[in-house]
Design a protein around this ligand. Sequence first.
Ligand code: TXA
Ligand code: MG
Length: 318
Amino acid sequence: MTPVPATEANIAKAAALLRAGHLVAFPTETVYGLGANARDGAAVARIFEAKGRPRFNPLIVHVHDLGQAEGIALVGEKALHLARAFWPGPLTLVLKRRESSGLSDLVSAGLDTVAVRMPDHPIARALLKAAGFPLAAPSANRSGHVSATIARHVADDLGNRVAMVLDGGPAAHGIESTVLDATGETIVMLRPGAVPAETIEAVLGERIERALEGGVKPLSPGQLESHYAPRASVRLDANRVEAGEALLAFGPDVPPARGPVINLSPSGDLVEAAAGLFAALRALDKSGATSIAVMPIPNHGLGEAINDRLRRAAAPRG
Ligand code: TXA
Ligand code: MG
């Protein structure tokens, strides 16, 4: 996929591709982002597929303006103060998700929070404006590779997994945004990045906590898990359903079941399955079943991340 110049016409084309559920890589002031419509679950699933990520990490949702941020998340007093000081810019705020956000569940990996950032790059801003919806965008590189800071690297790394790469020259910062948890009273830095902690503290007039202090990562994926572990027990690789069990099905051949059944994809499509996974787990959990039987899911492509998530849900609780 050869990078294209970010002309007005190409930005309009990129917005149309995003609207149709495709992925578009675009420049931001930190690194290039691999963008998808944050409200389209299948499009968000394709981000994980394109990156080859073996697990579902929550992604950053990029917004055009403060109004759009407030439409998807609850921006508290301190968060608003930070947003006014640093947006647009390389600061990401983890906030409570609004029920009415319309965001895909996958974008925040089933959590009730969402990471929001307003990028400061004319092309990113033009694209967000043309699209009219928020964009989920992790760094535009294959999993395990370094973040891309020029369009050529994005194209080399992702090839035809991305529908378009908008060229905006080299990214100014070259490192990712600083990620702050702004859901509580104390602001916690989850990831150091382009805005130094001291600069944030100067604006807030108070110290922020560092999640990385002492070498522990309080919000690493392992610890995020407990936030969305279903209450019901989870039984994997089920080919039949026991009494009292709900069924999380996959594919056309579903065993008979008396309780609630949700089929992640009757046609056996892993992108569709990934897009609906978190909502399905939550719905079956709410059904009151004490156990959820899960049909086998192929372990290739997105199946690897789906199975990773299901194994965590099935693991004994501490
Ligand atoms: O500079 C950047 O931030 C780039 C450009 C493209 O904007 N984006 C980026 O996104 O680095 P990503 O998805 O690779 O990084 C997301 C970071 C991860 O450290 C993730 O754990 C954290 O944000 N994160 C996202 N949502 C979260 C949530 N709800 N709770 C806690 N951490 C979250
Ligand atoms: Mg990254």
